[in-house]
Design a protein around this ligand. Structure first.
Ligand code: SR1
Ligand code: MG
Length: 425
């Protein structure tokens, strides 16, 4: 069947014609709900669908790749990414079943995946914007990172199998987007850049910052050359769905073999974008308390990753040298430094580059938003430049707070900072 992008009616007709999935004729409805940069996402509900595990559910999601960016028609994109996403979902499901949505059906020609409807979850980014607490999210995300990154690395697989798998995950078009939009464009005056006019001086300062550009170049080199593990590849807070009890990770279409810190840094950097945006939403002490929670989540993701990764290393590593404790410590320290650097890069790209984040964009007052954006640039810069020196989480937290407060002084209050120091030890 040749590819065509679905309308809502076509998505519905397609699903109705899948007898292994649809259980009886019901009044199905379909709505296109995609709000990302790349794909169509249809929610089909009102029926009974067989999941394959003996259960039935009342709705499914149909995700279909478009042959161009959803947000920019003139930017062509490969449909192959649907196949990459499908393969990555299966790998991640095998490594960490509870954090990955169920996949019910895949059609390569139509570039579509039918999967679990997480209708009782919200996108973590939106939850953070509305200052909701997610008590288990940091632990879940950290463990997901450890399980998935370990499983498809030379620690979790035999080296031949890992190289063959890496070949199957060669994803040049999507990697090119990251190479340009994360590591290159934001650091020079590129055509696609987009930024708030009130931060023009700070943007120009980034473009002239030789030390920072050198770090961007080195992180880009790592991204392009270090096939350490199978990555999700785009693990920002819009790729994580949460509720009070559960967490799921979606959308691994950017998957490829790269440095572990790229995934960890994506989560960390996006949490910090929210942290930097919080003063823009006002709220005094309430704001400070929530900011402290976001920082706790930041620290919690890393510590859950480190704990789970160390357990996997100790019990399951297949690499000969894994028996050396000093090797493990050095390995984890390197992943930590990488994660901080990538986090910093990912913050700066969301302020200066093409694709921004809702945490900032929702702030309508451009002058108020500019203060938050400046803080995000300062934090991102500090992480990129200082990543080799920041060897413990309390040091990192202090560097973040110093950078956040550097321009606004203590205007946003110190009460939360003290509490946060206590909480983080
Ligand atoms: C124009 S595509 C921009 C971004 O959206 C995706 O989520 C990736 O982060 C990509 O860089
Ligand atoms: Mg995505």
């Amino acid at each position: 069947m040749a590819y065509y992008p679905f309308t809502e009616q076509q998505a519905l007709d397609y699903i109705r014609a899948l007898p292994e999935l649809v259980d009886g004729a019901a009044e199905l409805t379909c709505r296109e709900i995609g709000d990302g940069n790349l794909n169509l996402v249809f929610r089909i509900s009102g029926g009974r669908f067989r999941t394959g595990s003996g259960e039935t559910v009342s709705g499914v999601i149909v995700k279909q790749a478009l042959p161009h960016l959803r947000v920019l028609d003139s930017w062509p994109l490969t449909l192959h990414r649907a196949e990459v996403e499908h393969m990555a979902l299966l790998r991640q499901k095998a490594a960490c079943p509870e954090r990955v949505p169920d996949v019910y059906h895949f059609n390569k020609e139509l570039a579509l995946i039918v999967m679990q409807d997480l209708n009782d979850y919200v996108i973590l980014r939106k939850g953070l914007i509305s200052r909701t607490g997610y008590p288990h999210a940091a632990d879940h995300i950290g463990r997901f990172l450890a399980a998935t990154l370990f499983a498809c690395s030379d620690l979790g697989m035999d080296p031949g199998g890992k190289k063959r798998l890496a070949a199957a995950f060669v994803n040049p078009e999507l990697c090119k987007i990251s190479e340009d939009l994360i590591f290159t464009d934001p650091f020079h005056d590129a055509r696609l850049n987009r930024y708030n006019e009130y931060i023009e001086p700070e943007v120009r300062a980034v473009w002239q910052d030789r030390a920072l550009k050198l770090e961007a170049a080195q992180l880009k080199q790592k991204f392009m050359t270090e096939a350490q593990a199978l990555l999700h590849g785009d693990l920002h807070t819009g790729s994580i769905m949460v509720n009070e009890r559960e967490t799921k990770v979606i959308d691994p279409e950017f998957a490829f073999f790269g440095p572990m810190g790229f995934d960890i840094g994506a989560v960390l950097g996006n949490l910090l974008l929210n942290y930097a945006a919080q003063p823009g939403y006002g709220g005094g002490r309430e704001m400070e308390a929530y900011r402290a929670e976001v920082l706790e989540m930041f620290a919690g993701v890393w510590s859950a990753f480190e704990r789970a990764f160390t357990t996997l290393w100790t019990n399951r590593a297949v690499e000969h040298w894994a028996e050396l404790e000093a090797y493990r410590k050095r390995y984890v320290a390197q992943v930590f430094a990488d994660s901080l650097g990538f986090a910093g890069c990912k913050m700066i790209r969301r302020i200066i580059g093409l694709a921004h984040v809702e945490d900032m964009e929702r702030l309508e007052d451009a002058q108020r938003r500019a203060e938050c954006e400046r803080a995000a640039i300062r934090i991102g810069r500090a992480l990129m430049l200082q990543r080799h020196r920041l060897s413990s989480m309390p040091d990192v937290i202090r560097a973040i707070q110093r950078a956040a407060d550097a321009e606004g002084g203590t205007r946003h209050g110190n009460a939360g900072r003290a509490a946060r120091h206590d909480a983080l030890g």
